[in-house]
Design a protein around this ligand. Structure first.
Ligand SMILES: Cc1cc2nc3c(=O)[nH]c(=O)nc-3n(C[C@H](O)[C@H](O)[C@H](O)COP(=O)(O)OP(=O)(O)OC[C@H]3O[C@@H](n4cnc5c(N)ncnc54)[C@H](O)[C@@H]3O)c2cc1C
Length: 415
């Protein structure tokens, strides 16, 4: 093969579809390998999945470039975002610009995103093998990489792209080291029924000392809960009954037990100062819709880690998506960064074809690595900083973040 992509999740499938729809790759033999079954849905499932992603405008553009966006069977626009602190009640609100026709994000279920991409991928010449698990790789410096499958088949690729997730076998086989640490936090996700609102298009996130709790809109009756907490608390939240779970979710959104009185008094003075001097207006405090039920079977948990691969490329090899970088879900950026890799690598490979360069040439691939590390590293550092800054109730930090957030909320330029 000219190109083999291992891992047909959201990112690997998008990589295959992007190359498959490019005229410059029409004559190339491309193969996608995925250990799981094919995900292709012909009608919208009745039930919502609790594994969802908020998708950015850049991701929408990528999926539109091969007409997959309109194939996503269910999407909910996010028009407003409210983020606030349980220790001080200071928050920040983002609103979309109604005239621009753009939203802050769209929320979609992971399986529906994969299905939409696969729908468009099947219209290309890209070969796909499902239930094809890579057992090992034979990597010998300058030779083309060999891929050994579980069924004994051995394949050869001029360029091997690893989109095989955070525990990437390809990354490990290349001996690429990582900077990684567990967060000692676990995300509990579930589909929750909300007290029906007219337009459920606000994403809510409250920072608790144990981690953020977020509600992403799915429809006017349903939202997806992503509650980051300690591993032991997550275990407990998975084991309690539905009624208790619902009551704990509402309490986590409303309770004032973490409130820091000194910060509350000071931020109230700052609020008054900002509005009387005309420097800025803080947004009005709003509360999320009441959660009234939980979809049984939708409660799941995911341990959270940070993982950054020190190299994204080697000779004839490139890593994309979670195989290259895994971030905390608090900012909803993980898969958007992965789709950013797809845009960048596809562009670099197209340029290589036009220049007559070898696809797997390390100098070609290094252009992709440089481009992506410039975007990914600052984003990872910011997300990690925000998580540390907010996941505690130390008074000086509560004060600093509350004042910073208040000024950012009130002054449009900073916001
Ligand atoms: C709770 C939570 C909430 C999140 N929310 C958001 C959000 O709002 N927005 C956002 O952008 N991101 C979010 N993310 C992150 C996002 O889910 C991930 O970044 C994304 O799933 C990574 O996609 P991927 O295709 O790179 O990897 P994966 O989804 O892990 O896919 C890897 C694929 O490779 C296959 N594979 C692995 N090994 C082999 C092998 N040996 N042979 C063949 N196939 C193999 C697997 O079967 C799998 O299909 C969230 C994550 C979590 C945990």
């Amino acid at each position: 093969y000219d190109i083999v992509i291992t891992g047909g999740g959201m990112v690997g499938s998008a990589m295959a579809a992007s190359l498959g729809h490019s005229k410059l790759f029409e004559e190339k033999r491309i193969l996608l390998l995925e250990s799981g079954p094919k995900v292709l849905l012909d009608k919208t499932p009745d039930k919502y999945s609790s594994q969802v992603c908020s998708l950015s405008g850049a991701t929408k553009d990528l999926l539109n470039s091969f007409c997959a966006w309109d194939k996503i069977l269910r999407l909910q626009p996010v028009k407003h975002m409210r983020i606030w602190d349980s220790c001080s009640d200071v928050g920040i609100t983002f609103n979309h610009k109604p005239d621009s026709g753009e939203y802050l994000a769209h929320v979609a279920e992971n399986n529906l995103i994969v299905s939409a991409i696969v729908n468009r991928l099947l219209e290309t010449k890209v070969e796909i093998r499902y239930k094809a698990k890579v057992k090992s790789y034979i990597l010998n410096g300058g030779d083309d990489p060999k891929i050994v499958l579980d069924d004994g088949d051995v394949l050869k690729a001029k360029l091997l792209i690893g989109a095989d997730g955070v525990n990437s076998l390809l990354r490990k086989s290349c001996n690429i080291s990582t900077v990684a640490w567990p967060y000692q936090q676990t995300a509990v996700v579930s589909v929750v029924h909300i007290f029906e609102v007219l337009n459920n298009n606000t994403a809510w996130q409250r920072f608790l000392p144990t981690g953020p709790i977020a509600l992403l809109p799915l429809s006017n009756q349903f939202s997806c809960l992503i509650w980051t907490t300690t591993p032991s608390e997550a275990k407990r939240l998975l084991s309690i009954g539905a009624e208790d779970f619902v009551s704990e979710v509402n309490t986590a959104y409303l309770c004032e037990k973490d409130s820091n009185e000194f910060t509350a008094r000071l931020t109230s003075c700052v609020k008054q100062f900002l509005s009387t001097t005309g420097l800025g207006q803080c947004s009005v405090k709003q509360l999320p819709p009441k959660v009234v039920g939980v979809d049984e079977g939708s409660r799941k948990s995911f341990p959270l880690t940070l993982c950054h691969s020190n190299y994204y490329v080697k000779n004839k090899i490139a890593l994309i998506g979670d195989a290259a970088h895994r971030v905390h879900p608090l900012s909803g950026q993980g898969v958007n960064l992965g789709f950013g890799d797809v845009i960048s690598l596809a562009k670099v490979l197209e340029e290589a074809v036009l220049r007559g360069e070898e696809l797997g040439n390390i100098r070609t691939l290094a252009r992709y690595e440089t481009d992506r590390q410039r975007s990914v590293l600052p984003m990872m550092a910011t997300i990690d900083f925000l998580n540390r800054f907010y996941s505690n109730d130390l008074s000086p930090l509560v004060l600093m973040r509350s004042l910073g957030c208040q000024v950012a909320d009130a002054v449009p330029f900073i916001k």
